[in-house]
Design a protein around this ligand. Structure first.
Ligand code: URP
Ligand code: ZN
Ligand code: ZN
Length: 466
């Protein structure tokens, strides 16, 4: 282990902005002060730059089996890409196969990440069937193994969808064990009817993915999930909110003082339904659930971020390739067979900075809050992650607000042959990325090491944010 000194920068956290140096010893911040002169093997000059907590991505799917294929980034390529984008911790979704236990899934996801991850990682656990065994495993995972959050699906009937009783029982369980239920809120049974009707009419193109998942199905499910949480007396976190109807349900609950929390993703802030109208099969690149919405929803989501009705922006990184191997084309003749998801682990901070801070929609503190501090506070990682303080891990992104980057699949590091934002020029990008004191990205060059990432056990308890 060695020491790292970050000098001459302007520290920006969710709360503060001040000029100071940061000294990281054995991976942990031990001093913050002016003109530090402590001995260090690595000295980084952050003059003219902002020094912020490394990004915390609370929603990724690396090496995820999906139907007959697997998401294109594994824990090596995915975490290298995350690091390039300024993210130093991620929470991935461990997902049991049919009939598999939660501990089996945990072992399996540990195996996927160990020896490969280049940044620190934690896991949410997907629950697909709440047997007595699963319920007691949830307690053990939350209390002893640092897996403090669980995802339940209201979509994908016959695969991952659970009924209301299951969600309610899981909420009661986490109310008592200090865990948190995360819900994918879309009305799966109604969507199933709409999908079958569309296919019967011969409507097979990618755009029908969106047209068979109207925003009312998301709004209804979001309201139902929150009502179940209220009945259970438990907090709830709605993942990947895409539309005004869903956000309105979250806002109403929060106005009543209920512990309802929600995340959105860059794709819902920057892309739109129009992307499904691209030529040929191009729309498949944007097939994800919930789908992209009409443009006006984006302003509503930005406003929700500003007013704290949405607390987190996560990537929902779930990449599938167009070619070699042909993953998206599995649904060439049937949109319902297109693997759901898109790449985003690398571009989250850059897009949010450019489209958020750069355009005046949010300030730098809110930026830090939604990409790093809030996800850490939400999911039991704070104050180890998500802030800059003595005793916190030395996870930093030294941000160059003037650096311009043209987003392109050719130059980004995700293992996918397209980028949803291809050609978009953004201003503001990482200059250096530091993980537990190690310099892992230096002006676009990866200097980290495969396998250096560590599993982070999270702390159970209520989310540490309002
Ligand atoms: O389309 C998506 N979002 N794919 C990833 C799985 C999920 O539902 O989050
Ligand atoms: Zn989901
Ligand atoms: Zn997801």
């Amino acid at each position: 282990m060695s020491a790292t000194l970050v000098k001459n920068g302007t520290i920006v956290t969710a709360a503060d902005r001040y000029d100071a140096d940061i000294y990281i010893d054995n991976g942990v911040i031990t001093y913050i002060g002016r003109a530090l002169t402590l001995p260090a093997e690595t000295v980084i000059d952050a003059a003219g730059k902002l020094v912020m907590p490394g990004g915390v991505d609370a929603h990724t799917h690396l090496d995820l089996p999906f139907g007959e294929t697997t998401s294109a980034d594994d824990f090596e390529s995915g975490t290298v890409a995350a690091a390039h984008g300024g993210t130093t911790t991620l929470i991935d979704f461990a997902t049991p196969g049919v009939g598999e236990g939660l501990y089996h899934a945990l072992d399996s996801w540990m195996g996927r990440a160990e020896g490969k991850a280049t940044i620190d990682y934690a896991f949410h656990m997907t629950v697909r069937d709440l047997t007595d065994q699963v319920a007691s495993d949830m307690d053990r995972l939350a209390r002893h193994d640092g897996i403090t959050s669980f995802k339940l699906f209201m979509a994908y009937p016959g695969r991952l969808m659970v009924d209301d009783a299951t969600i309610f029982k899981a909420l009661v369980r986490t109310r008592d064990n200090g865990g948190l239920i995360c819900v994918h809120a879309e009305n799966g049974t109604v969507i199933d009817v709409l999908v079958k009707d569309a296919l019967r009419r011969g409507q097979t193109a990618p755009k029908y993915h969106a047209l068979t998942r109207p925003s009312t199905t998301e709004g209804e499910a979001t309201g139902r999930a929150i009502a179940l949480a209220e009945m259970a007396g438990a907090p709830i976190y709605i993942v990947h909110v895409s539309c005004a109807e869903a956000l309105e349900k979250v806002r109403q609950a929060r106005d009543l003082g209920l512990p309802a929390y929600a995340e959105t993703c860059p794709q819902y802030l920057f892309l739109s339904y129009d992307d499904y109208d691209r030529e040929g099969f191009e729309g498949a690149k944007f097939v994800m659930s919930p789908p992209l919405r009409e443009k006006w929803h984006r302003d509503v989501l930005w406003s929700g971020l500003k007013k704290n009705d949405l607390q987190v922006v996560a990537s929902d990184h779930c990449p599938f390739r167009m070619d070699d191997p042909a993953q998206k084309p599995l649904g060439k003749d049937d949109f319902s067979k297109i693997p759901n998801g898109a790449p985003g682990i690398e571009t989250r901070l850059m897009l949010l900075w450019d489209g958020g801070v750069g355009s005046g929609r949010i300030d730098v503190h809110r930026f830090v809050e939604i990409v790093a501090t809030n996800p850490a506070r939400m999911f039991g990682l704070w104050p180890r992650k998500g802030t800059i303080a003595v005793g916190s891990d030395g996870d930093l992104v030294v941000w160059d607000p003037d650096r311009q980057v043209t987003l392109s699949a050719k130059t980004l590091h995700m293992r996918v042959d397209y980028n949803p934002y291809e050609g978009r020029v953004i201003t503001g990008a990482p200059a250096f990325v530091i993980s537990r004191g190690d310099l892992i990205v230096d002006h676009g060059t990866f200097t980290g090491r495969r396998g250096r990432g560590q599993f982070i056990k999270r702390t159970p308890g209520p989310p540490l944010l309002v």
